[in-house]
Design a protein around this ligand. Sequence first.
Ligand code: NAD
Length: 443
Amino acid sequence: MEQLGVFETATEACVAATVAQKELVLKYTLEDRDRFIGNIRKNIIGNMEMLAEMEFDETGYGRLEDKLAKNTGAVMLSQGTEAIPQNMYASDKGLTVEYYAPFGVVGAVTPVTNPVATVVGNGIANVAAGNAIVFNAHPSAKKTSARAVHLINKAVIEVGGPGNLFTMPAEPTLDSLNEIMAYPSVKLLIGTGGPGMVKTLMCSGKKVIAAGAGNPPSIIDETVDLAKAAAGIYESASFDNNLLCIAEKELFVVDTIFDEFMKRLESVGAYRVNTEEGKRLTDICVVKASGGSYAANKKYVGKCANIILKAAGIKINNDPRMVIFEAQNDDKLVHTEQMMPIIPVVRCKNFEEAVERAVAAEHDCKHSASIWSNDINRVTAFGKVINTTIFVQNGGTMAAFGIGGTGTNAPTIATPTGEGVTGPQSFVRRRRFCMAGGGNYLL
Ligand code: NAD
């Protein structure tokens, strides 16, 4: 079957995107871009079950029902052209307008943990910005990514837009990424993934918007409603088997409520294992990485808890969404971005110790963190020192993306480069037009 936008080589994908981007800017208006985006949303939602199933089958990660919710949020809550700002300065000396222009062709690297949402979300944001986009998809999600690229191209063509605004090489590799990075009309690189990818993009000599790894901690203190905190964390940390980069990965709980909080987590459905079993789980979930550090064992990333429990020799008859155990602060799992529904919980003698430990576990990724507390002074104090891009009080971290809270949704949270939750406003160039000496009309 023909796949719109999918090319044999990366260079062909760049050539086609370059032609399409010129056409977009010269022949179409902002209203046209809105129309394209509207039809992309409609067509992707219409194909959502098929895309979620493909994502689940090809990657083997996560939970199908959660992928439907995740991808729907990414499509429906993403921003369009309305997010592009306009500034104006006027006085009796003249009129100056700042407005925002496309970068041109963008190269985008996408993760295996979130392929559909990243292709569609980056696609919508870039067409709003006036860019065309060449994806170098994760090789383990290339078929699903190609299907998403096909569908968003089809949606644009259906309502009279240019073909090939979204392209990709059929066989993405490190070589194809090098070709995309070196291609002259590619002016901006967007990377969503781990630290190796961010480093590679940074070496390209081109502008990079990088959305890197995290290890989000959550603090729970004695001032909060423990039943609500347990339910909120259970829902968020177990979502799609903890694949989301924003999902809570380790919990720091104040000693006076530790035992009560663990019971509350169990009562909402978490399966508690003892310290020895927790150690066995850690031994299989974490592997040695280069430079003496640790990394998640890819064999168990995104897998259901019962599969991981079985692999660790722990017998279980049901399928809990999440496993918890009391961990020591220096346990490997506390300090590794596991992306598995196995959550270590650390007992802390007081709030101050919880803050110190949470900051250390976040490893200055500047990604995400949360706190369950009704003491606003504590919330402020933690927020100041953790200094993450996403910081949530009394909710799952997904709340910052409009799921259980208020906000827009985006699959690319630019952490090391500082753009934060990205949108069309992140992928444009600021320009200034000045009408000098002619502003008397205004005063
Ligand atoms: P990954 O780093 O293994 O792969 C991400 C992408 O980068 C893939 O397309 C891969 O082919 C490519 N890649 C990998 N190593 C590379 C290298 N050395 N040079 C160039 N390209 C390389 O990550 P993943 O397993 O696909 O995704 C999970 C990671 O992504 C987690 O660390 C997660 O936190 C992060 N992530 C971050 C965000 C965010 O918005 N900040 C969103 C989703 C995922």
